[in-house]
Write a protein that binds this ligand. Structure first.
Ligand SMILES: [Zn+2]
Length: 89
């Protein structure tokens, strides 16, 4: 027999953008849009070898910095909208 209980788990209450300093509480719109990079640098990074780096960016800063280079793999909004030209009558 197992008796279940719940224990509190840690969560991110507040996140700050490392570029602009903007912040969001976890229940605020935009909190989920932060991009958090957590990366371990390997030996080919030469001077950064062995470092574990982290950066948190709000979506606006992320887009400003990396938007010119990203590729859109999928757009779920346009994918679910019916295309009238493909509907059979
Ligand atoms: Zn920002």
């Amino acid at each position: 027999m197992k008796l279940l209980d719940a224990k509190p788990a840690p969560f991110v209450q507040l996140i700050l953008c490392d570029k602009c300093g903007g912040e969001k509480q976890h229940q605020e719109p935009g909190f989920e849009e932060f991009v958090c990079i957590d990366h371990h640098c390997g030996y080919t990074t030469v001077e950064d070898d062995g470092k574990h780096i982290q950066v948190d960016l709000c979506y606006a800063c992320f887009k400003e910095m990396l938007g010119p280079y990203w590729r859109v793999k999928y757009n779920w909004i346009t994918a679910i909208e019916p295309n009238p030209s493909k509907l059979k009558t």
